[in-house]
Design a binder for this molecule. Structure first.
Ligand code: NAD
Length: 389
């Protein structure tokens, strides 16, 4: 065989091997909230696969993990729900040079001055909150980007997520997208609680005469905040006894949220006041209210904050790429000083008209990029909350 064919065959078998391995990690991560490898190791496998696919584009099918958002749902038993607008992932860069290169290309594509919405990349779990007439209709996980799990029943126990919006001027229907996370303090508190519960469990066992070396670990320590948040959010109340149910609610109560985007955003058809009567008639609407004009994503954040939705205090709108780079470096130097874990910075073009103009690939918008910080340590995570127990 000629060298090119040999090269192709070798590339194909490597890409198949990589795909199988990556799929195993994805299923564990997205469906069971368990990390079998570190994020950096996972990212390296994805990068290698993408490299092969760049060389041999015929290997890059739409079913390749490089082309997909999240993973298909392996059911924890929740009903599924189709997002009104697709939820995307983000493309990544790993060096400042790559970040500058991306910004230059984005600027050229925009063809005009832009402002850069610069945000912390929260290491949590993506969620979509659909509000109709100011009332939460559904809360859905990202799933594969089109269809997620309807976890509305659990959101009732998360005080950070308002069931009813405050203020006025909400669109008749809209989707707020954000990241659910456990703060460092709440993660520590949950683990303290696990120790307490394990001690009680051990005492009960001892009282029953179970020998010390046979006492089971029923409440293990949680290994990382992201997976604990994901596992908690996707627990099912069904089949839980009252004690387990109380514990599940306690964990849900500790989850926090910051919004980082919008999906569907439906104004009233006549273009007048953007909100209608609530089903319960509370806060009678002002039908003549001005429709708030949305020019930038930062305007959407400001409005959502006025309506009582949690937005990040760490977001900045910056004028130049140099300022963005300074932001990335500064936040990187303080990456453990925030209330949540971060794995990078997300840089977005602020102007919404440009979002529409630049569009998206099969898995990510062209107007945003995630810069990921280099890993600090490699460690294998053990056990996190398993869904359904
Ligand atoms: P991603 O983590 O690269 O980034 C996209 C997501 O970031 C968005 O969908 C959004 O939910 C989130 N996000 C956080 N802050 C944001 C902000 N300010 N603005 C916009 N979005 C923000 O991609 P992904 O598709 O969520 O997951 C892939 C990543 O997940 C991998 O790079 C890896 O880190 C991790 N992963 C790890 C394993 C493992 O086994 N360790 C397996 C699968 C995935």
């Amino acid at each position: 065989p000629s060298r090119a064919v040999e090269g192709f065959d070798a590339a194909r078998s490597e890409s198949e091997r990589l795909t199988t391995e990556i799929e195993r990690y994805r299923t564990a991560y997205y469906s069971e909230a368990v990390s079998l490898v570190s994020d950096a190791e996972y990212d390296a496998l994805i990068r290698r696969l993408a490299e092969i696919e760049r060389e041999f584009p015929e290997l890059a099918g739409l079913d390749s993990p490089t082309q997909q958002v999240g993973a298909a749902i392996v059911s924890a038993g929740f009903p599924t729900h189709e997002h009104a607008e697709r939820m995307l992932s983000l493309d990544n860069v790993f060096t400042i040079d790559e970040l500058r290169e991306w910004a230059e290309k984005a600027l050229a594509a925009a063809g005009r001055e832009v402002r850069w919405l610069s945000e912390l990349k929260i290491d949590g779990l993506a969620i979509s909150l659909a509000y109709r007439d100011g009332v939460l209709e559904t809360a859905t996980t990202r799933g594969d980007g089109r269809v997620g799990e309807d976890i509305t029943e659990n959101v009732e126990f998360i005080p950070a997520i308002p069931r009813r919006l405050e203020g006025r001027g909400w669109p008749r229907f809209f989707e707020a997208r954000g990241e659910v996370f456990l703060s460092g303090a709440d993660f520590a508190a949950l683990n303290e609680r696990q120790h307490e519960l394990q001690a009680e469990h051990a005492a009960e066992q001892r009282a029953k005469g179970v020998p010390e070396d046979r006492i089971s670990v029923r409440y293990p320590e949680f290994a990382n905040a992201r997976n604990t948040a994901a596992g908690s959010l996707r627990q099912r109340a069904e089949k839980k006894n009252p004690r387990e149910l109380a514990l599940m609610r306690e964990r849900l109560g500790r989850l926090a949220l910051y919004l980082h985007g919008t999906g569907a955003w439906e104004q009233r058809p006549d273009g007048a006041g953007a909100f209608t009567q609530r089903p319960d008639g509370a806060d009678a609407p002002d039908q003549d209210a001005e429709v708030p004009s949305l020019e930038n994503q930062s305007d959407a954040y400001r409005l959502m904050a006025e309506w009582g939705l949690p937005v990040s205090p760490h977001t900045r709108v910056l004028d130049t790429v140099d300022e963005v780079v300074a932001f990335v470096e500064d936040r990187g130097a303080h990456r453990h000083d925030f209330e949540h874990e971060i794995d990078g910075v997300v840089v977005k073009i602020d102007e919404l008209a440009l979002h529409a103009e630049l569009g998206e690939t099969s898995r990510a918008p062209r107007w945003a990029i995630a810069y990921k910080y280099p890993p600090e340590e490699v460690h294998t995570e053990l056990l996190d909350i398993r869904v359904g127990i």
